[in-house]
Write a protein that binds this ligand. Structure first.
Ligand SMILES: Cc1cc2nc3c(=O)[nH]c(=O)nc-3n(C[C@H](O)[C@H](O)[C@H](O)COP(=O)(O)O)c2cc1C
Length: 209
């Protein structure tokens, strides 16, 4: 049975343009995989474990090649739970507006929590090796401006390159981006047209997924 983890990183609920697009992906995805399980992780509603002196110390223990034990292992319980939930999915849908040229802070916190040595990647003689293998990802973004290739704002898009790099690191090579833009810069009519365009691409992406 196909399990998809939908990671939501906008607090705007029904007002969200990003969710208007990712909703189309999910609708078609459910048609294609009627028995699928959709696990919704709303990062603005659920508690993401904080990184503390103790939990970060645990990371350095893992980086040195040792295993966690005792107090440190105990401090990692919520981190391990978050990683287990992430790894239990076959595929991922991330809904992320652009915030300050990059991603909302809750998504960054989530990434800082789950991307851990021994769990999601390991170092080898040939460099880092991702451990989340054979998984697919669709990332839906929406942006106030237009950061499309060839345009003047393209160099300021730190969102798509960052998300691609970090999820490639953990082994997810198959990543499709659907970017709805511009949502604010050219007014409501343009935004609505761009949302419809992105919804069409989202539905087609799900059919091919
Ligand atoms: C905190 C914050 C920061 C933002 N930063 C940018 C930005 O750097 N570039 C941009 O084009 N739009 C920016 N925006 C606009 C959003 O990307 C845009 O309105 C998007 O469509 C919001 O998605 P949502 O409706 O799914 O929440 C920002 C919005 C907020 C709330």
């Amino acid at each position: 049975m196909e399990k998809i983890l939908h990671i939501i990183s906008t607090p705007r609920g029904d007002e969200s343009r990003t969710l208007k697009v990712s909703g189309y992906f999910l609708k078609e995805f459910k048609k294609k995989y009627p028995d699928c399980v959709v696990d919704t992780l709303d990062l603005f509603k659920e508690t993401i474990p904080p990184l503390t002196l103790k939990t970060v110390s645990g990371k350095y223990v893992l980086l040195s090649g040792k295993d966690l034990s005792g107090e440190l292992k105990e401090s990692w319980r919520d981190i391990e739970r978050a990683i287990t939930r992430f790894l239990s999915a076959d595929s991922y849908l991330i809904s992320a507006p652009m915030w300050n040229f990059s991603i909302p802070y809750v998504l960054k916190q989530y990434i800082d929590v789950i991307v851990q040595p021994k769990y999601l990647f390991r170092y080898t003689d040939k460099g880092p090796e991702g451990l989340a293998k054979n998984k697919k990802m669709v990332i839906v973004t929406s942006r106030g401006g237009d950061y499309g290739a060839g345009g003047p704002s393209h160099p300021y898009d730190y969102q798509e390159p960052y998300l691609r790099a970090i999820f490639n690191l953990v082994g997810i090579a198959d990543i499709v981006f659907i970017n709805a833009q511009p949502m604010d810069a050219l007014g409501q009519d343009v935004a609505e047209g761009k949302i419809r365009e992105a919804q069409k691409i989202a539905a087609e992406t799900a059919q091919k997924f």
